[in-house]
Design a binder for this molecule. Sequence first.
Ligand SMILES: Cc1ncc(COP(=O)(O)O)c(C=O)c1O
Length: 378
Amino acid sequence: MIYLDHAATTPISKHVRDVISTSLADDWANASATYTIGREAKKKLNDAIKAIARAINARPDQIIVTSGATESTNNVIRQLPIRFESGHVITSTIEHPSVMKTMEWLETRGFEVTYLPVNELGELSVDAVEQAIRPDTKLVSLMAVNNETGVRFPIKEIGKLLEEKEIWFHVDSVQAVGTTEVDMRDWSTDFTSFSAHKFNGPKGIGILYCKDPHHYVSVITGGGQNQGHRAGTENLPYILGMAAAFSDVVRDRGVHLDHYASLEHYLISALHKSELPIEINGSRRYHSPHILNLWLKGISSSQFLILADLDGIAVSAGSACSAGSVEPSPVLKAMFTDRNRINESIRVSFGPETTTDELDQLVNLLITTFERIVIKKK
Ligand SMILES: Cc1ncc(COP(=O)(O)O)c(C=O)c1O
């Protein structure tokens, strides 16, 4: 199978698998227990949190373990009605559903949300954010890298803009970890969300970085785990697995980034040489090279996905996390008015193991598909 859908999820690396399976066998004690094996589990837990904090240049007390970015983003947005009666929030029109749906919920709680539009390249300017700020703005929530196009938002610059203001800044950093230096001191964010399964870690676990944990109101209450920020007995094997994945991704990021850039260059050149009617969706200037969104002019994405699957190639259209079915992508709908473009686009995303041979097979399939469907029609 040729897996070209790393933006949806990534395979668990061997190192992470080994860490988790060893821990499943050895670390079953409750980390809150006071006897020896409980204290040993607690030490491993604390060491893992320290390693995660180091990976993103944060303090251990700023790390809240969650079930992933969906929970992290929900927890940030749901802070607002706990702390304020009303207010204004800024986000963009191309955020992940975990942000969009929670913003809709926030609107039912008396908050006003500005959804900043992006341009045809999927870009958003710092000026647009600055102009949308109102005296009652409480939160700006934006993604670092878009999960469908790979387009980057100017997170650092927006962080600087908001630094001196009494406005929380939340960044959905899910797609950025593998290709971007994710440095909490440098980003000036108040909250940042992460999911371990997007960088070769396990699913169902992630973190919320919280700049000032004293200002965080726990949404899940119970025992005092996670410094009282998220109650429930800790999933130590997965926390250790996530820590290993974080350390590995930080160590290998430069190598991976070069690899993705050369794969992207290779694929674009091969498509160019094929002279197929394919266009890239999204900015090439501000983008993360592990995601490439392609408009296959004249071929519906649902049709291509079936043919690719029959050929053993996994690519996607729309966002797999929210789909399962091939609905028109809300991200592409926010970027384009052309229905054909929205319905004829696919996402290709690379991982550390992706090879140029695999890309050749994708290009070959594209060539035969265009021959069968588009050229035959003419
Ligand atoms: C940009 C972005 N944010 C948030 C999420 C949600 O992550 P999870 O499903 O791990 O909670 C995803 C998942 O694809 C994503 O791509």
